[in-house]
Write a new protein. Structure first.
Length: 396
């Protein structure tokens, strides 16, 4: 986390935030907005921000605190204003900021997105009066939800939030003090583990693990872990001590025309954790000899109705299989735990998952911090990448 502190300076973003938040201050011409009032040296304010180092891309908000101090001899009511630079690759509902009121409830701050600067602006509705020689701490939450519940953004991305917090006296445009912190934005990642390099049409099922890793302090809600296959595949997961056959959902605009919800739809996935689901895939005898593919994806806030699989999606590169025509052939073990594509580094977990139900693993994650997405209907912005899974399928 990078941090920069300034005292008593005019802030373009904060001034815009004041104007856009419906404050009592009315701005005139642009020259008026930049005019600096007289500096009151008796007011010596400070801000200490305990900002998170990382938040989850398309994940839930993360709590942090800001503490105000006053080593001067006077004080005035001050607004807490924010300017958050994310870049121009996001939408107006991609970021959230919340303030915890005196009654303990979380109140969302109204944010306005400036597409020219790639910044969000907002401020608290209440002011803070910090008497000389005292401090005051406020609780906030910041998130990069990339949309709203059950309506995830289907394009865009960022790998950071550069958050500027400023104390601006009521009726003024110049901040008494401001501090800037850079917060990393990291996506949750899916990965397939121990997939054999070949399978037999009409033969025994191949077995492997499908893992989701969340290395961030953000909890995910409305998350679906989806495996995409061609039309010849049957998918089972090991659940409750037995293999359960999953129902498929049509994905007609792709050669991987079936999607399977491996862990159910719209689940909650905890912060700083990973989980591996044991999967078994078999192919019908009429599968043409040659190649097949598997694709592992995570979809957050999938839109209701049809088409399916529209939402904020993170996918790993496709895993290729060789389909043989001998029904009795034994699947050949893969020499690698991950696909050959270089976009996703190999996780440190073992290649062959343990037999059993879904295995939860909490603690630090070793998975890559970039989603391996490429294709149409998508905008790249740093290491965090998001796209509509449905739109992505059209490019194949």
């Amino acid at each position: 986390m990078n941090r920069t502190t300034h005292r008593r300076r005019a802030l373009r973003a904060s001034a815009v935030a004041v104007a856009l938040s419906g404050a009592v201050l009315a701005l005139g011409p642009a020259t008026t907005a930049h005019a600096a009032p007289n500096v009151d040296d008796t007011r010596k304010m400070s801000i200490s921000v305990d900002a998170p180092t990382e938040i989850g891309f398309a994940g839930g908000p993360v709590e942090f605190t800001e503490t105000f101090g006053n080593t001067g001899t006077t004080f005035v009511p001050e607004y807490l204003s924010f300017a958050a630079e994310t870049g121009t690759g996001v939408l107006s509902d991609s970021m959230s900021l919340e303030f915890r009121g005196a009654d303990g409830t979380w109140e969302p701050l109204a944010l306005t997105y400036n597409t020219k600067y790639g910044e969000f602006y907002g401020r608290t509705t209440e002011t803070f009066s910090v008497a000389p020689g005292t401090t005051q701490t406020v609780h906030l939450r910041i998130g990069m939800p990339m949309g709203t519940p059950h309506h995830g953004d289907t394009n865009g991305g960022t790998d950071h939030v550069k958050l500027n917090s400023a104390l601006i006296p009521e009726g003024e445009l110049m901040a008494d003090v401001d501090v800037t912190n850079t917060i990393k934005v990291t996506p949750i990642t899916p990965s397939l583990i121990g997939v054999p390099v070949s399978a037999a049409a009409g033969g025994p099922a191949i077995k492997f693990g499908a893992r989701v890793t969340n290395p961030t302090p953000s909890e995910y809600t409305n998350l679906s872990h989806v495996l995409f296959t061609d039309k010849y595949a049957t998918v089972q997961v090991f659940k409750g001590g037995r293999w359960v056959t999953l129902s498929s959902v049509a994905n007609p605009e792709s050669d991987l025309s079936q999607g399977f919800y491996l862990d159910g739809k719209d689940i909650t996935f905890p912060a700083n954790s990973s989980a591996t689901t044991q999967v078994r895939v078999s192919y019908r005898a009429d599968h043409p000899a040659g190649h097949a593919a598997l694709e592992d994806c995570v979809i957050v806030n999938e839109h209701p109705g049809t088409p399916s699989f529209t939402g904020s999606g993170m996918c790993e590169p496709r895993t290729a299989l060789n389909i043989t025509s001998k029904a009795g052939a034994t699947p050949t073990a893969s020499p690698s735990a991950t696909p050959t594509a270089t976009a996703t580094p190999t996780p440190t977990a073992t290649a062959t998952p343990n037999t059993g139900e879904q295995l939860a693993e909490t603690g630090s994650s070793s998975a890559t911090t970039a989603a391996g997405i490429a294709g149409g209907g998508l905008l790249l912005a740093g290491s965090a990448v998001m796209a509509s899974v449905r739109l992505r399928r059209r490019s194949h």
